[in-house]
Design a protein around this ligand. Structure first.
Ligand SMILES: Cc1ncc(COP(=O)(O)O)c(C=O)c1O
Length: 396
């Protein structure tokens, strides 16, 4: 192993905890960005140099080219880079004129940014519980919460698995409601052969470093097929300017840096290959869990036939999740919990008045989910160690 591909976690896990791992293998990280960088270092450095030589750091040609490349990938006419996935959501809601008195339907089992954007604008998030099999919003429950204040629906393609966007688009079209796809975790995922981010009024993407296409810092992007919405979004990300120093509306400062765009352009040609490797790892886990006879004690992620999953996370369920995680930790196996508390029970959203028990599937998912390492550099042997450690916990 070269130093560039050394694990990003502390290598001392076993010694510190006094545990001997049966395999004698080295600890490995949950996400190995150093291994990814070792693969592409030259092209990333070239991209950074190109920008430094140009001394153009805000928007510019790199951002324009990156926007065009992502628009091609997502099969939408327009793509607008911005500072983060959170801002992609916020800018869309601003562009749609959503504010106080408005309701936006979404899921409580998501990253905080989905709901934070709605609340920041004074609108009310109206939660719909998740389908326990997919962790995504249960489309069958959406109609029951529609009201004359509903202004938009935000499905989240959680963990890289498309939400039931076919059914959601039908409900939305019947009422002329915009759908804002939170595709932060799902660049490259497809539903019925069509890329996520191409169905709704907008698709909102994040390039946070842990995403399947991650930058060297924060970054985001909005896709849309609507030319006038695209124009509003371009204006809103630059303080509402239509022409330099002439403002038609109040916007924010949320531009994608040229450096980020150039680095993301260096990584983009690898995305398909990385997503395929993630899917390959997911299939290997399925085989290993089945062979170890663990399918009665853990639930593996489901993937409906119409979906192409990109596995930003491989999230299993266990009714003994906390003890399982502790046991994995003792064996030097990394794991994460996305997300331990659903958003309707977070103090930040207390004033919305939601109560415990209102969204039982989201609440039980929060108690049971455990994400296992899935990144493209993960080795078959490491996956075998993960499954072996789960088997040990269950005494198999
Ligand atoms: C589902 C979801 N929505 C929104 C975001 C926000 O993206 P960012 O971190 O780029 O602001 C994230 C990223 O963490 C996310 O996972």
């Amino acid at each position: 192993m070269s130093t560039a591909s050394m694990p990003v976690v502390s290598p001392a896990t076993d010694e510190v905890r006094g545990i001997s791992r049966e395999s004698g293998a080295k600890p490995f990280p949950f996400l190995n960005l150093k291994a990814q960088y070792a693969e592409i270092e030259e092209s990333v450095r070239e991209a950074v140099d190109r920008v430094l030589k140009s001394q153009i750091f805000i928007l510019g040609e790199e951002v324009k080219k990156f926007e065009a490349e992502v628009a091609g990938l997502v099969e939408t006419p327009h793509a607008i880079g911005c500072a983060s996935g959170s801002d992609a959501l916020l800018l869309t809601l601003m562009a749609l004129g959503i504010g106080p008195g408005d309701e936006v339907i979404t899921t409580p089992f998501t990253f905080v940014a989905t709901v934070g954007a709605v609340v920041r604008l004074g609108a009310r998030p109206v939660f719909v519980d998740i389908d326990p099999a997919t962790f995504n919003i249960d489309a069958a429950q959406i109609e029951s919460v529609l009201s004359d204040r509903t202004r938009a629906i935000i499905p989240v393609h959680l963990f890289g698995l498309p939400a039931n966007i076919g059914a959601i688009m039908q409900i939305a079209k019947a009422r002329n409601l915009p759908v804002i796809e939170d595709a932060a975790q799902a660049l490259g995922a497809r539903y019925d052969g069509r890329p996520v981010g191409s169905f709704g009024a907008t698709g909102c993407f994040s390039f946070f470093p842990s995403k399947n296409l991650g930058g060297a810092g924060d970054g985001g992007l909005i896709t849309t097929g609507d030319a006038s919405l695209a124009e509003r979004l371009r204006s809103l990300r630059a303080h509402g300017a239509r022409n330099k120093y002439h403002y038609d509306m109040v916007g924010i400062n949320s531009r994608l840096d040229s450096l980020q765009a150039a680095i993301l352009r260096a990584k983009l040609p690898h995305l398909d290959c990385w997503s395929a490797a993630r899917r390959g790892n997911a299939e290997r886990y399925r085989g290993l869990f089945a062979d170890a006879g663990l399918l009665d004690v853990v639930t593996l992620p489901s993937c409906p036939a119409e979906c192409l999953h990109v596995y930003n996370q491989f999230t299993i369920r266990s009714t003994d999740r906390d003890r399982l995680r502790e046991s994995l930790q003792r064996r030097g196996i990394p794991s994460e919990i996305y997300y331990p508390v659903p958003l309707h029970l977070q103090r930040a959203f207390e004033s919305l008045g939601y109560k415990k028990g209102q969204f039982p599937e989201s609440e039980s998912a929060s108690r049971e989910v455990l994400s296992l390492p899935i990144d493209p550099s993960l080795q078959p042997q490491q996956q075998a160690e993960v499954v072996h450690a789960v088997a040990k916990f269950y005494g198999r």
